[in-house]
Write a protein that binds this ligand. Structure first.
Ligand SMILES: Nc1ncnc2c1ncn2[C@@H]1O[C@H](COP(=O)(O)OP(=O)(O)OP(=O)(O)O)[C@@H](O)[C@H]1O
Length: 718
C-alpha cells in the first residue's frame, strides 16, 4: 500500500531524496537503507593509524563493508524482538562475530595513533577533577584560559578507541554470549560514543595504558555528550551487563541476584525501551533486568529460586533471602528481583523514602548508576529526586555515568560536586574525577537531517501548513512541502496535542486506515494506553503521532521520516532532542519541520542558530542553507530572562488549547497552565502526601494512599 498516495488522495507524487547518497526513496529513514552508523569519519593522514604490529590498522572506515540493512517500518523487525529460544539461530551472525573476533586479535595502538583516530571521529576526552579552582591572578583571556586548564586539573586523554565490536571480546574481555547477542542484533561498526566510552568503561587500565597517570582508573566516572541516536544506550549497557556477568562467574552462589546497577531515565517510555535493550543484550547470560513499577519493594539481594521474575512483570510474593529489604510496603507489594533496575527517578525515590525527609534507605550493593538524559535529571525541577538516588548509593566503588546529547556546564560542575561531597560523606579518600567525552560539536543537532524553519504567521496558518504536509497536492509535486509518514508532531501542551489530534483525526482517508492512523500520546493517558499507542506506532499501525515533549528524549523509533515542531520548542536543547527522533544511527533522509508564528519571533533565533550550525557540520554551502543569513541577522536575540521564561512556561500565547480554525475570537482555551507549572503542582502535592505518609508511618498508623499521579514523576512533559 502506498501510504503517500492514499494520503494525497491519489495525487501523483515524485519522492525526492533529501540528502541520501543513493537517491530515491531509499534515502528515507523508513525506506530501507542504513549507512555507516558513525556520523563523523574524517580521513586520517596516510602515515597515521598504523598498528605497531600486525600491519594495517583496522580503522572504522576500513571495516568490512557494512551490510545494507532493510528496514521496513511497517513490519516488526525480527532482530528487534527478543528471540524466544536461547542461542544463535543465525549462521551469518556467527560468522560475522567470528570474523570480527579474528580481526581484533591485535595489539594496542600507541598514543599518537589513538589521538589521530579519536580526532578523525571528532572524539574529545578530558579528565575533570573535583579539586576546587584556585583564585587566579587577572591575566589576558588567553593566558588565563591556559592557567585554568592546569589549575582545575582538567587534562586531555587519548584512550584506545574501540574499532570493531570484535575487540570487545578479544581486548576488553566481554562475555562471549554478549558478543553473540550483539552480532545477532546486527551491530557491526561501533558508533563514535561507543568507540570512545566502551574501552574506558570495560577496562580502563587497558584503554588508558601508559597515559593513565592518575590513580583512580578503577572507578572511572563518565560524562558523555553525544548526538541523538548515536547509540548511547548500548554504550552504557554493555559495561553494566558485562560487569555483572563477570562477577557472577566467580560468585559462589550463582542463583543470588544483587541489585548492582541502576539506570535512571526521565520517562516511562524511555525506561521501558532501555529495559528491552538490556534484556536483548543479556539473553543467555543469567543477568536479570527489570523495570521499576509502582509500589515495588527493592531488595538488595534475592535468591533466584524464590520465584522467577523475567523482568517483564512484577513478581507477586516471594521472600527475601537476606533481611535487606529496603522498604516494606505491605505484604502484597511486588518484590523487585534482579541485577539491573531501570526506573524513573520519582518511582525509585518513593520506594527508598524513609520517615526522615532528608534521608533515604541506602542501596549498598549498587556499583553503577547511570543517568540517561542527565541534563534533565539534574535540572532544578527534578534534581532532588536524582540526587536522592545518587546519594543513597553508598558503595565505595560506585561508578556514575551521565549521558545526553545536550549538557550545560552547570551539570558538569554539579556532577563533580556531588561526587566529591558523596566521597567526603562516606569518608572515601580518593580523588573525585570524571572523564568527559564529547562527540562532535557539543549541544548541536545531528548533521544528517534536513531542517525546515517555516513561517506560518498565525495559529490557523500552522494548521493549514500541517494539513499541507499530510495532503501533498499536485502543486508540491517535488515533495519539498510534503512529509512522508511515519512522523511525529510535537505541541507545547497536552491540551494542544489533544485538540490538534481531534482537528486532524479525519484527515486520513478511510481507505488508508482513517482516523486510526493518527494518534496522540501524552502523560494524562493511563500507562496501558501509553504503551498501547507506543507499540502501535512502533509497528507501523499508526503513521502520525501527535505528542508533547514526553517523547522528545531518548525514544528510539527506527524508521521515522520526519518530526514536525507544530509549536516551537521551549529551548534549544528541546529542539535538538525533538528533531533527533529522526536520522537515528546515522540514517539519511529525515526531515525536521518547525512552524513559527509572529508570537514566536522573539524566540526562534536560538533554533535558527542550531540549524545553521548543524548544516555547517553537514558541509552545506551558504547557498544551500535552509536559514538564510539575512534571516539569522534579522531575528532578535532573546534575553536571558526571555529564554528562562520560555523554558518554564512556553510561548505565552500558546498556553491554552488550539485555536479552532473558523471560530474567530472564541478561542478554545483548554488550559492556562504550562506543563512546568503542572509538574511543580504535582510535585508539591506529592511532597505533602509523602510527608503525611511518613508522619503516619512514624506514628504506626495506616498510611494514606498515595495516588498514582502523586507518587510518580512522569518525567519531562509538555
Ligand atoms: N553500533 C551501532 N550500529 C548500528 N546501529 C546502532 C549502533 N548502536 C546503536 N545503534 C542503533 O541506533 C539507534 C539509536 O540508539 P540509541 O537509542 O542508543 O541512541 P541515543 O544516543 O541514546 O539517542 P538519544 O540521545 O536520542 O537518546 C538504535 O536503534 C540502536 O539500535
Amino acid at each position: 500500500m502506498d501510504i503517500l498516495k492514499l494520503l494525497s488522495r491519489s495525487t501523483k507524487q515524485k519522492i525526492k531524496a533529501s540528502s541520501g547518497k543513493d537517491g530515491g526513496t531509499s534515502a528515507l529513514p523508513s525506506a530501507g537503507t542504513t549507512t555507516n552508523p558513525q556520523l563523523y569519519h574524517d580521513t586520517i593522514p596516510a602515515s597515521r593509524g598504523k598498528k605497531r604490529k600486525h600491519g594495517e590498522v583496522q580503522v572504522a572506515d576500513e571495516t568490512p563493508a557494512q551490510v545494507e540493512e532493510e528496514i521496513d517500518f511497517f513490519v516488526s523487525k525480527l532482530t528487534n524482538s527478543i528471540p524466544k529460544k536461547k542461542g544463535l539461530k543465525n549462521d551469518a551472525a556467527r560468522v560475522t562475530t567470528k570474523i570480527s573476533r579474528d580481526i581484533s586479535k591485535q595489539t594496542l595502538l600507541d598514543e599518537d595513533d589513538c589521538r589521530q583516530i579519536l580526532r578523525s571521529h571528532r572524539l574529545k576526552l578530558t579528565l575533570l577533577s573535583a579539586n576546587k579552582k584556585e583564585k587566579k591572578p587577572k591575566k589576558s583571556k588567553k593566558a588565563s584560559k591556559k592557567l585554568e586548564a592546569k589549575k582545575d586539573g582538567s587534562k586531555p586523554l587519548y584512550p584506545q578507541p574501540l574499532q570493531t565490536f570484535g575487540e570487545l571480546e578479544s581486548t576488553y574481555g566481554i562475555a562471549g554470549r554478549m558478543g553473540d547477542n550483539l552480532a545477532q542484533q546486527g551491530y557491526k561498526i561501533p558508533t563514535e560514543v561507543q568507540m570512545g566510552s566502551l574501552p574506558l568503561l570495560l577496562r580502563p587500565e587497558t584503554a588508558l595504558g601508559a597515559s593513565a597517570d592518575f590513580g583512580q582508573v578503577a572507578d572511572v566516572n563518565l560524562l558523555a555528550v553525544a548526538p541523538t541516536g548515536s547509540g548511547k544506550t548500548l554504550a552504557f549497557l554493555i559495561p553494566i551487563v558485562n560487569a555483572i556477568v563477570q562477577r557472577r562467574r566467580i560468585s559462589e552462589d550463582k542463583k543470588i541476584h544483587e541489585l548492582e546497577a541502576i539506570v535512571v531515565a526521565p520517562t516511562k517510555e524511555l525506561a521501558s525501551q532501555i529495559v528491552n535493550e538490556a534484556k536483548k543484550l543479556s539473553i543467555g547470560t543469567g543477568v536479570k533486568v527489570f523495570g521499576m513499577r509502582k509500589g515495588m519493594r527493592i531488595t538488595a539481594r534475592v535468591d533466584e529460586e524464590e520465584g522467577e521474575d523475567d523482568g517483564s512483570s512484577a513478581n507477586e510474593g516471594g521472600e527475601e533471602k537476606e533481611q535487606q529489604v529496603v522498604k516494606q510496603k505491605g505484604a502484597e507489594a511486588p518484590l523487585a528481583r534482579g541485577d539491573i533496575l531501570v526506573t524513573t527517578p520519582g518511582l525509585l525515590l518513593n520506594a527508598i523514602s524513609t520517615p526522615s525527609p532528608d534521608e533515604h534507605t541506602p542501596l549498598p550493593n549498587v556499583k553503577t548508576l547511570v543517568l540517561d538524559e542527565a541534563d534533565v535529571l539534574l535540572d532544578p525541577l527534578f534534581r532532588d529526586q536524582t540526587l536522592g538516588i545518587w546519594n543513597s548509593c553508598t558503595n565505595p566503588e560506585l561508578r556514575v555515568t551521565l549521558w545526553s546529547a545536550t549538557m550545560g556546564s552547570n551539570i558538569e560542575s554539579l556532577a563533580l560536586e556531588t561526587l566529591h561531597s558523596r566521597k567526603a560523606r562516606l569518608e572515601i579518600d580518593t580523588e573525585s574525577t570524571i572523564i568527559r567525552l564529547i562527540v562532535g560539536l557539543k549541544d548541536s543537532a545531528i548533521p544528517n537531517i534536513t531542517h525546515r524553519l517555516t513561517y506560518a504567521a498565525t495559529e490557523p496558518g500552522k494548521l493549514i501548513a500541517l494539513r499541507q504536509l499530510l495532503h501533498p497536492t499536485a502543486k508540491t509535486a517535488d515533495s519539498t512541502e510534503s512529509l512522508r509518514p511515519p512522523f511525529l508532531v510535537f505541541t507545547q501542551t497536552i491540551p494542544r496535542a489533544i485538540a490538534l489530534h481531534s482537528e486532524l483525526r479525519y484527515d486520513i482517508p478511510a481507505e488508508a486506515g482513517g482516523s486510526s492512523r493518527i494518534e496522540v500520546l501524552h502523560s494524562d493517558l493511563s500507562d496501558s494506553e501509553r504503551s498501547h499507542v507506543m507499540s502501535r506506532f512502533r509497528n507501523g499501525e499508526t503513521w502520525v503521532l501527535i505528542t508533547t515533549d514526553i517523547l522528545s528524549r531518548g525514544v528510539d523509533f527506527r524508521g521515522i521520516n520526519g518530526v514536525v515542531n507544530y509549536d516551537v520548542p521551549n529551548s534549544g536543547a528541546s529542539y535538538i532532542h525533538r528533531v533527533g527522533r529522526t536520522g537515528r544511527a546515522g540514517r539519511d533522509g529525515g526531515v525536521a519541520v518547525t512552524f513559527y508564528t509572529k508570537e514566536d519571533i522573539p524566540y526562534v533565533k536560538n533554533i535558527a542558530n542550531i540549524i545553521a550550525a548543524s548544516e555547517k557540520q553537514a558541509g552545506k554551502e551558504p547557498g544551500e542553507a535552509s536559514v538564510q543569513k539575512w534571516l539569522l541577522d534579522a531575528l532578535p536575540k532573546p534575553s536571558k530572562e526571555q529564554k528562562k521564561k520560555l523554558k518554564m512556561h512556553g510561548v505565552e500565547a500558546r498556553r491554552g488549547g488550539l485555536e479552532k480554525v473558523g471560530e474567530g475570537k472564541g478561542k478554545a482555551q483548554i488550559s492556562t497552565k504550562s506543563g512546568y507549572e503542572r509538574k511543580l503542582e504535582n510535585n508539591r502535592k506529592g511532597a505533602i502526601l509523602g510527608s503525611k505518609r511518613r508522619k503516619f508511618a512514624a506514628e504506626g498508623e495506616e498510611k494514606p494512599e498515595l495516588r498514582a499521579e502523586d507518587s510518580e514523576w512522569d518525567g519531562i512533559d509538555e
